[in-house]
Design a protein around this ligand. Structure first.
Ligand code: HPA
Ligand code: MG
Length: 231
């Protein structure tokens, strides 16, 4: 579990940490759609590694949520790949368990980014009424926690619906100057901790591009310019 602090004050590692300056993997060693050639710097997390890490997160989540059940709440759009792969794993585990974890799904859509900058606010722009979360154990499934402000605002927004328990699973957390690895919001389940670079792929987008890329990659300046919002 996250948020563990060792006796000497150092954080116990709760996820795979990709260090600053990590060289990642060369783009020409993996399959990249042709339309993205020249717009990426490197692969930071290959798709296969993402899937392996998700297998383990699924195990942790099933262990922590009792057989009372869980509502998995997907934060669209960026969370959709992580959400489907995570739920596939949980369902697979369920099929082998004597007391499977009853599972329901729900969706929410927020918006907080234009280009690669946080707009500083979130808007709930889609999804069903969240009234049916009342009294439920909820797992929010998100693609990335950057400053942590979006998630803090979402958790605040959910308070009015009186869930029994709310936990957060995020594919990535970023080490930003605004939120260090030790100080600031941290999800309950995190797959990878990343350097402060703008990443795309595996449903993470830059102005709606790159969601169709299987690997988490760093976008380069050519890509940022090519797909910038026209103003
Ligand atoms: N990539 C895509 N979406 C994001 C990022 C990022 O690096 N940080 C916050 N939202
Ligand atoms: Mg997101």
């Amino acid at each position: 579990m996250s948020k563990q602090i060792a006796q000497d004050g150092e954080r116990v590692r709760d996820c795979i940490v990709i260090e600053d300056g990590a060289s990642g993997y060369p783009l020409d060693m993996f399959c990249i759609p042709n339309h993205y050639q020249g717009t990426l710097d490197r692969i930071l997390i290959p798709g296969g590694l993402i899937k392996d890490r998700i297998e383990r997160l699924a195990q942790d989540i099933v262990r922590d949520f009792s057989s009372e059940g869980m509502v998995a709440l997907c934060v669209l759009k960026g969370g959709y790949k992580f959400f489907t792969d995570l739920l596939d794993r949980i369902k697979q585990m369920n099929s082998h368990m004597e007391r499977p974890l009853p599972l329901a799904v729900d969706f929410i859509r927020l918006r907080s980014y234009v280009d690669d900058q946080s707009s500083g606010k979130i808007e709930v722009i889609g999804g069903d009424s969240l009234e049916n979360l009342k009294g439920k154990n909820v797992l929010i499934v998100e693609d990335i926690v950057d400053t942590g402000r979006t998630m803090e605002r979402l958790l605040d927004h959910l308070k009015q619906f009186e869930c029994k328990m709310v936990k957060v699973a995020s594919l990535c957390v970023k080490r930003t100057v605004r939120r260090t690895a030790i100080v600031g919001y941290r999800p309950d389940y995190t797959a990878f901790e990343l350097p402060d670079e703008f990443i795309v792929g595996y449903a993470l987008d830059y102005n709606e591009m790159y969601r169709d890329l299987n690997h988490v990659c760093v976008v380069n300046e050519v890509g940022k310019k090519k797909y910038a919002v026209q103003k």
